[in-house]
Structure formats: structure tokens, C-alpha cells
Design a protein around this ligand. Structure first.
Ligand code: GUN
Ligand code: ZN
Length: 442
């Protein structure tokens, strides 16, 4: 018997397509007494427990009944230097950046601080059932180093990049077109494809990058088509006006990124709320992916993401926390707020679509569905174990739940890290491998 084998037992749910409606049972596989056979960090088989335990009788069983086993959650937009910015009062985007965020990010010049925060972040992601995230580091190369090092320690599939920003920010947070390019290039060489790491070229947004820097970011993108690109787009009306004043030749905000060759199917555009018709056409044409960040958009009062409108144009939308403007690390709480943002626009987020979105849907948005986001054999064994009766309100409501969709909706609206009984990363349990922050003496 190989020692790195394990058979997880529980109720299994995995999607193979985006559900086309509440009755689209062909879009997913649900097995009441199911099992996942894992060896060397990979899923070897998914099926009925009876059958798999007969096939692999000597493999130890981790019995998670009656819980649900699903692919680990994927968070497509998070700022790791903002773990001490989350829950900062009273401002909208530009003031929030200047008053809270930029001062905090200067602290990441200290590698020891960055290492501590990166380690804490990975522990919290695991505690919340998130096994892959796409993160912005600070401007400091060492902060991206710390992020990838902490992810590698847990063998997590993580994507990230140092932000490139050379203007409209404190001196201590500014690189230059050349140093931003060089540091990103070194990080790509060291980390992209190393273990499970992927690099995202990360010009923060048009306001904090000069035309020369966006030119260099575009060059880097052309040189490294294997990397993702991430930035922000049309989050807030003052941001849009400021951007257009800095780039007076641009037809619109997205036109700035278009001009510098930053748009393609590997491009993730945080927020994408207040879009012009030409920008929507351009998203559809280039395949760039808007990222919906509901808790952040409500927290900063930014606006309502038009999910149905963009989807109707064939655009592939991702969903994310955007901590520290986002107010929860939990993708379940993110779905809760997503549901409400869509309600305000007369749109519906059905729980089948919701759970597809934070697993396979986000994997598709990242172009990684052959590796993560499903429980298919041959993919990586990142798995979340969900307890839909984790809290008293959930347990009470679950007494009246009769269908899988009802159960999922309880998790979506009432769930958070307490509903995550375990998180497996590349086949190993991580939920309780928690690094706790020291408690301040107030
Ligand atoms: N736009 C540019 N930087 C940021 C950031 O850190 N958070 C949010 N929400 N929007 C941004
Ligand atoms: Zn962001």
C-alpha cells in the first residue's frame, strides 16, 4: 500500500458544466455515498464508495459522512497586503486607497512582515475552504516572494504578482517602468510554473501607472503569454473620471488597457461595474474576464455588477472576495452578497450556479479547469468538506431542507468558515494547520 493514498468518503458534488437552470441535473454529479481516491496529491477516481473501496481495499478511509465533498473554492481576486485593512471605516475607493491601503502596503517593504502576513493568509484561505487564489502583492518584490513561498509550503495552487505602480501613490510604494518590469521578470523566472505557482502580471490600475509603465507591462505580457494579467477596471465613477483625465486620448477606461496590449483571455479585470457599450464589446471580443467582487462593491459603495448583462454577451465572469475592500475571506459569504447584488437588479443567482461559479466556473475563468475546480480523475486533489448544519441557525433551517439545491442555498446564505469541516490541499488536510495572529492587548 502506498502511504500517500487516501479514500475520502462523503456526499460528493462536482460540476461538469455551467447549469442552464434549476433543473439542469446533467450539469453536475451528486453521489449520496461517494468516495474520492487520492494518491500523490491527485484525484485517481471519483465514484460510489462501495465500488472504490472494493477497488482499493487497503487504502485508509477518511470518513466525512454526512458532509458534502466539493472541489476547493477558488478566489480570483484578493489583496494579500490588505489583511490588516479589511474593515476600515467610512471611505469610498480613492480615499480608502489613500487613507488606509497605501499606508498599510508600505509595511510590506519589511520581508519579515510580508512573510508573517503571507503565512497567515494561507492559513485563513484553508480555514475558509479556498484552495486557489489570485492575489495582488505589494509593490515590493519581496512581498511576492513571501506570498509564493508561503503557498509552496502548503503546496497550494496560487497565482499572484507584485503590483506595478509608478505614480499617484506614496514614494515608498512607487517603482519605475524599468524596475517594475525587471522585478516582475525575475519573479516570473523564479516562480511561474515552479511547483503549483503561477504568475500574474499586475499593473495595479491605470491611475497608478504612467503610460510608460503600461507600455512595459504590455511588453512583459507579450513576452510571457503563459502568465495571467490582472488589474482593476471601472470600479467607481471618480476613479473613471480621474483615469480619463490621465489618459485623455483613450476612448474609455478599457481603451487604456487595450492600447497597451493588456487584454486577452488570461486578463482578469477586477470590478468592471460601470461599463460603456464599447467596453462591453471589447470584453466580448478579447475574452478578457471581469471579476465580480460583491462584498467589496457594497462595502465601498462602488455599484452593482451586471452579471446577466455581461453573460448574455458571452463574457466569462469570475467571482472573488477582494479582501481588504471585501469584507470576508469566505467564498460562501461572497455568494451570499452576490445573491443580493443580483437581486437588486432583478437577476437570480441559483445555488447550483453559485456553487458551480466558485469551483469549476472560476477554474474556467482562469483556464485551469483541467487541473482544479472539479473532482475529475487526473485533476489535483484540492477538496473542501462542507457541513451544512455547522451552526444552530443552519441546523434548524436544514431540518426543513428537502433538496440538494435547498441545502446549497443554506450554505450560500448562512455558511462561512464554520461550515468548512476540512480542506484538503493536494490531498493533505489543512484546515486545522492554522497560524493564529497574536492577540493585541487593548
Ligand atoms: N483599485 C486599485 N487598487 C485597488 C485596491 O487595492 N482595492 C480595490 N478595491 N480597488 C483598487
Ligand atoms: Zn482589488
Amino acid at each position: 500500500m502506498k502511504t500517500d493514498q487516501v479514500l475520502l468518503r462523503g456526499r460528493i458534488l462536482s460540476f461538469n458544466a455551467e447549469p442552464q437552470g434549476p433543473e439542469d441535473h446533467a450539469a453536475y454529479r451528486y453521489i449520496e455515498d461517494g468516495a474520492i481516491l487520492i494518491s500523490s496529491g491527485m484525484i485517481r477516481a471519483t465514484g460510489a464508495f462501495d465500488q472504490l473501496s472494493r477497488q482499493a481495499p487497503s487504502v485508509p478511509v477518511a470518513d466525512h459522512r454526512p458532509h458534502l465533498l466539493m472541489p476547493g473554492f477558488i478566489d480570483t481576486h484578493i489583496h494579500y497586503p490588505q489583511v490588516q485593512v479589511i474593515a476600515s471605516w467610512g471611505a469610498q475607493l480613492l480615499d480608502w486607497l489613500n487613507d488606509y491601503t497605501f499606508p498599510e502596503e508600505t509595511r510590506f517593504a519589511d520581508p519579515a512582515h510580508a512573510e508573517a502576513m503571507a503565512e497567515w493568509l494561507m492559513a485563513q484561505l484553508c480555514a475558509h475552504g479556498t484552495t486557489t487564489a489570485v492575489a495582488y502583492a505589494s509593490v515590493h518584490e519581496t512581498s511576492a516572494e513571501a506570498f509564493f513561498t508561503a503557498a509552496a509550503r502548503r503546496n497550494m495552487r496560487m497565482i499572484g504578482g507584485k503590483v506595478m505602480m509608478d505614480r499617484n501613490a506614496p514614494e515608498a510604494l512607487r517603482d519605475t517602468p524599468q524596475t517594475g518590469y525587471d522585478a516582475s521578470k525575475r519573479l516570473i523566472a523564479r516562480w511561474h510554473g515552479t511547483g503549483r505557482a503561477g504568475y500574474a502580471i499586475t499593473p495595479r490600475f491605470a491611475i497608478t501607472s504612467s503610460p510608460e509603465q503600461l507600455e512595459m507591462a504590455g511588453a512583459l505580457t507579450a513576452e510571457h503569454p503563459e502568465c495571467h494579467v490582472q488589474t482593476h477596471l471601472s470600479e467607481n465613477r471618480d476613479e473613471i473620471a480621474y483615469t480619463l483625465s490621465l489618459y485623455p486620448e483613450a476612448p474609455d477606461y478599457l481603451g487604456v488597457y487595450e492600447r497597451y496590449g493588456l487584454l486577452g483571455p488570461k486578463t482578469l479585470l477586477g470590478h468592471s461595474i460601470h461599463l460603456e457599450p464599447r467596453e462591453i464589446d471589447l470584453l466580448a471580443e478579447t475574452g478578457a474576464r471581469p471579476v465580480f467582487c460583491p462584498t467589496s462593491n457594497l462595502f465601498l459603495g462602488s455599484g452593482l455588477f451586471d452579471e446577466a448583462g455581461l453573460r448574455a454577451r458571452g463574457i466569462c465572469n469570475a467571482v472573488a472576495t477582494d479582501v481588504g475592500a471585501g469584507t470576508s475571506y469566505s467564498m460562501l459569504q461572497t455568494l451570499n452578497e452576490a445573491y443580493k447584488v443580483l437581486q437588486l437588479q432583478g437577476q437570480k443567482l441559483h445555488p447550483l450556479n453559485a456553487f458551480h461559479w466558485i469551483t469549476r466556473g472560476n477554474a474556467v475563468a482562469l483556464g485551469l479547469e483541467d487541473r482544479i475546480g472539479t473532482l475529475e480523475p487526473g485533476t489535483e486533489a484540492d477538496i473542501v468538506v462542507l457541513d451544512s448544519s455547522a451552526t444552530e441557525p443552519m441546523a434548524l433551517r436544514m431540518q426543513r431542507a428537502e433538496t440538494l439545491s435547498e441545502e446549497l442555498f443554506v450554505l450560500q446564505m448562512l455558511g462561512d468558515d464554520r461550515a468548512v469541516a476540512e480542506t484538503y490541499v493536494a490531498g493533505l488536510p489543512q484546515k486545522h494547520a492554522v497560524t493564529r495572529a497574536p492577540r493585541p492587548a487593548l
